[in-house]
Write a protein that binds this ligand. Structure first.
Ligand code: FAD
Ligand code: PPY
Length: 324
């Protein structure tokens, strides 16, 4: 049978993961990643890598399914001794009590007692808290690992900005759109918008737990801590705001006083591809097009579950075309 030719637009975590999942699902497929930017210059590379749904309002059972698949994927990645992934424990301190259903995928979940809260709380609005273990997955080394597997499987890479999806029609049997915020222009989706996030990467080896509250977060990675975080909807400005950086640093130092001795390494801003729900579907109007974008603040968390489902949709289209 003639090998199906698949184009994947986008080389962030969702594009590369979808391309790899398609190769694994359809071994004779010829998959090409076409992207304007590549790691380490995508939004995915700025992500703190915390495995936790955030700024994503999808159906919680879908979120749980996708997150579980990602956690399983992280175990595989860790089992090879790769850098940039590890289990981490810490505190989510809240002003309004929240114990979301997706906490069931985390480990060692413990709602803090009044006594424990007295020890942990740093602000008057710190009223409730949960301790749990989750994972982090640093996007840049992970995307590199995935890209190497993709190329080893015979995948191709083309650096190019796609102005109109139709330009790919003649050369590909199925097109997958993983363009993130680029979908606003590429497929005219007015439901997707930026949620600006500013972060600071610091070195502070003595901090061993993550700490997040309603405004700030300190999240562990292999050798750095990511301090956040802002979430400004419909803000497109990606220049670092020094005043905001100071507020993020000071705010995190109140929560985690040890951070006062942190060494500041770098500042970053990027735009979360926000949408009411993740768009993961076959495009009913354009037929041979599968969408996988709009993951908000959860693209790392959801990526492998979404990639597997994206590959299943592509397989459906390939099977349909084979019958024609
Ligand atoms: C500060 C910050 C912290 C975050 N922390 C976390 C976290 O801890 N955990 C978590 O789960 N998520 C986190 N996120 C969210 C996460 O980064 C995103 O959800 C995720 O990166 C989206 O991945 P993506 O592959 O869909 O999009 P992107 O990474 O934006 O990739 C889109 C790709 O499409 C390409 N593209 C776009 N348009 C075109 C076009 N027309 N032609 C060709 N190529 C095109 C781009 O060049 C790029 O390669 C964070 C986000 C921010 C901003
Ligand atoms: O900043 C983001 O987009 C994140 O996803 C990091 C995060 C995740 C969960 C709670 C707080 C911050």
């Amino acid at each position: 049978m003639v090998s199906p030719k698949i184009a994947v637009i986008g080389a962030g975590i969702n594009g590369v993961s979808s391309a790899l999942a398609i190769q694994e699902k359809i071994p004779n497929a010829e998959v090409t990643i076409i992207s304007e930017k590549f790691s380490p210059n995508t939004t995915s590379d700025v992500a703190a890598g915390l495995i936790e749904p955030y700024l994503c309002d999808d159906d919680v059972n879908k979120i749980i399914r996708w997150t579980k698949a990602t956690i399983h994927r992280i175990q595989e990645y860790m089992a090879e001794g790769n850098d940039g992934a590890e289990e981490m424990s810490g505190y989510w301190i809240q002003s309004v009590k929240e114990v979301p259903k997706w906490l069931e995928v985390m480990k060692n979940v413990n709602v803090l007692s009044e006594q424990e809260m007295k020890q942990i709380a740093k602000r008057p609005e710190h009223k409730f808290g949960v301790f749990y273990s989750t994972w982090y997955l640093e996007p840049t080394p992970y995307i590199k690992w995935e890209t190497e597997k993709f190329l080893k499987n015979g995948g191709r890479i083309v650096q190019r900005k796609v102005e109109n999806i139709r330009e790919l029609d003649k050369d590909f049997d199925v097109i997958v759109n993983c363009s993130g915020l680029g979908s606003k222009k590429l497929v005219g989706d007015n439901g997707i918008y930026p949620t600006r996030g500013q972060i600071i990467k610091v070195s502070c080896p003595k901090v061993k737990h993550f700490f997040l509250d309603d405004q700030y977060y300190a999240l562990l990675n292999d050798s750095t801590i990511t301090l956040g975080g802002t979430k400004d909807q419909h803000q497109w400005d990606v220049t670092v705001n020094p005043k905001l950086a100071q507020k993020i640093f000071e705010g995190n130092c109140v929560n985690v006083p040890s951070l006062r001795s942190a060494r500041i390494l770098s500042h970053h801003v990027d735009l979360r591809p926000s949408r009411a729900t993740v768009r993961l579907e076959i495009d009913s109007k354009l037929g041979k097009l599968v969408h996988n974008y709009g993951h908000g603040g959860s693209g790392i968390t959801l990526h492998w579950g979404c990639a597997l489902e994206c590959a299943a949709l592509v397989e459906q289209l390939v099977a349909k075309r084979a019958k024609l």
